[in-house]
Design a protein around this ligand. Structure first.
Ligand code: ZN
Length: 182
């Protein structure tokens, strides 16, 4: 079994009418979707919500009752947290805990600020590396800096996935790094 920590539930997964995962919204927002019949709850979270004359399980996954067209984003924006998540919060050079972002080809030498040229790094390696390339230092990258892709990344970003969402998201090895290290 994958090692997904029970998440502090901070949101609910929204599925399109076709069961395609769309996004994560607050539990409050998901509840309103259900109460206004814009969505139905397909997986309960923990706890019961009380309203004036009703009780409702906290929704963990809801499905929209009507299909919505969503422009498909293939490009996942570069973010600091995203880089840490992709690299499992480990330094790309020594595998120690990472706390900085390093440009593999230094920016001072024309390196781009893009998924393919950024890695998580510990402060010590980052400082030692300075404006050199890994090859110049005889260092080896322990990660392959590529742009993350897939439904789980698109929907979750750096969020910790709730284990109850696993049936709808392909929580395979890559995205599981998120759950472990968030
Ligand atoms: Zn390091």
């Amino acid at each position: 079994m994958p090692d997904i920590r029970p998440a502090r539930v901070s949101g609910a997964l929204v599925l399109n009418a076709t069961y395609e995962p769309l996004c994560v919204v607050s539990v409050r927002r998901a509840t309103i979707l259900v109460l206004t019949s814009k969505a139905v709850c397909v997986a309960d979270g923990e706890g019961i919500l009380h309203s004036a004359n009703d009780q409702l399980p906290v929704p963990s996954v809801v499905r929209l009752t009507r299909y919505v067209r969503v422009p498909y984003r293939t490009h996942i924006g570069l973010s600091r947290r995203g880089i840490f998540a992709r690299d499992g919060w480990r330094c790309a050079y020594c595998r120690g805990p990472a706390e900085t972002i390093d440009h593999v080809m230094p920016r001072s030498r024309g390196g781009r600020h893009a998924w393919e040229n950024v890695v998580a790094a510990c402060a010590r390696c980052n400082h030692t590396k300075g404006d050199k390339t890994p090859a110049e230092l005889g260092w080896r990258l322990h990660t392959s800096p590529i742009a993350p892709k897939g439904v789980a990344w698109r929907v979750l970003g750096h969020r910790t996935p709730d284990p109850r969402w696993a049936d709808w998201l392909d929580l395979s090895s890559d995205s599981l790094a998120l759950g472990r290290a968030a």
